[in-house]
Design a protein around this ligand. Sequence first.
Ligand SMILES: NC(=O)c1ccc[n+]([C@@H]2O[C@H](COP(=O)([O-])OP(=O)(O)OC[C@H]3O[C@@H](n4cnc5c(N)ncnc54)[C@H](O)[C@@H]3O)[C@@H](O)[C@H]2O)c1
Length: 411
Amino acid sequence: MTRLGVGFIGSGFNARFHMQGWVGVRDADILGVWSPDDQGVKSAAAYCRSLKVGECKPYGSIAQMVADPSIDALWLCGPNHARIENVEEIVDTIKRGKGELKGIACEKPLARNVAEAKRVKQLVDSVGLKTGYLENQLFAPHVEAGKKLIWARGAATTGRPYLARAAEEHSGPHMPWFWMGQLQGGGVLNDMMCHSALVVRHLLTRPGEPLSSVKPVHVTGRIASLKWTRPAYVKKLQKMMGAQVDYSKAPSEDFASLTIEFETADGHTVIGEASTSWSFVGAGLRLSAELLGPEYSMKWNSLDSGLQLFFSREVTGRAGEDLVEKQNAEQGVMPVVPQEHAAYGYTDEDRHFVNVFLGREQPLLTFDDGLEVVKMLMTAYQSAESGKTLVFPPKGLDTFKPKVARGTWKP
Ligand SMILES: NC(=O)c1ccc[n+]([C@@H]2O[C@H](COP(=O)([O-])OP(=O)(O)OC[C@H]3O[C@@H](n4cnc5c(N)ncnc54)[C@H](O)[C@@H]3O)[C@@H](O)[C@H]2O)c1
């Protein structure tokens, strides 16, 4: 097999990022898309065709995409609360002998809690599908280059790194379901710590070795509502997202921090520190990472993009996200992140998983890694709720559901 036909589940914000990134992917075409939003599906299919990333057409269901022999793999980019039903439909179609796939790639988080993530994994394992866990930040060119050089030069001559830091911060998600703990599975910890928690572990892992060589042993999590439960912002949020998002009754955390103590296969204790926020008001989305060792350090900040524009107060126009994702201003000195799909890692991520499903590369991340991330996040919630540092994995992890996800959290 030399070319992969790909179908997308979900036609929203994230699916479109992958579609943009696909311009740098060879040997694979986006041929189909399905979501319950008919208009969204049509426009996403047209968008793919306009990008020349495949003769993409709308499908009437997931089952129809699986049944089409031209579709070899699915990219799962629906909302978190639809993960299980989406995977059930894929697996059911295969089990009924109505279609075949080479693989399935799933966006973060693999699921909303450990029980759901195990169910997703068990479903795909039951039909023997290859899996890919989509964590774009591990493929971000700055992270890739930084990790490679730090390990090749600094660590090789002076010893392994001992501290990694990562953060993802912006002013809040674009759709109501992200804000609703019961749908999304939590707040910013569930939504964005999945990136940062894995980035720190990845940076601390020797290139070529598995993530399991850097084993989490202690986890300390903290969550807080710093901004969006202030009365003025409760009202503002409801105005932006609709009546169902009521942070006076069912808030989610808008800030989370996490410290993970790891034991390494070569006998060291190393630390990962991660922090995520929906209450950061800067130019736009800010991704950052650091890696420190005995004689070296690395620092990445996506807003130090190398391109800045200045617009005087005479320059007016509509609000947009044409400079940077989650942009907060259109005047003054503004950073621009050109080709965000490449900068955030989508292009290299998608190229990798296409090669995996074509049988040319071993997967860097599978659903096993997605499950491990969910375990880490749930431990962080458990720690935040108890106010204690926990030994990983803690008791009761498999059935744990955060208070935020149950709608009972009182910040
Ligand atoms: N890697 C990243 O940085 C990143 C960024 C954003 C989102 N995500 C993840 O991608 C996924 C999608 O997020 P998004 O930002 O595109 O959200 P979105 O709300 O913009 O889009 C969701 C899409 O799913 C569709 N949908 C609704 N119900 C569905 C169902 N039952 N089955 C399948 N599809 C359904 C919607 O019609 C829409 O097309 C989420 O899991 C999210 O966590 C990842």
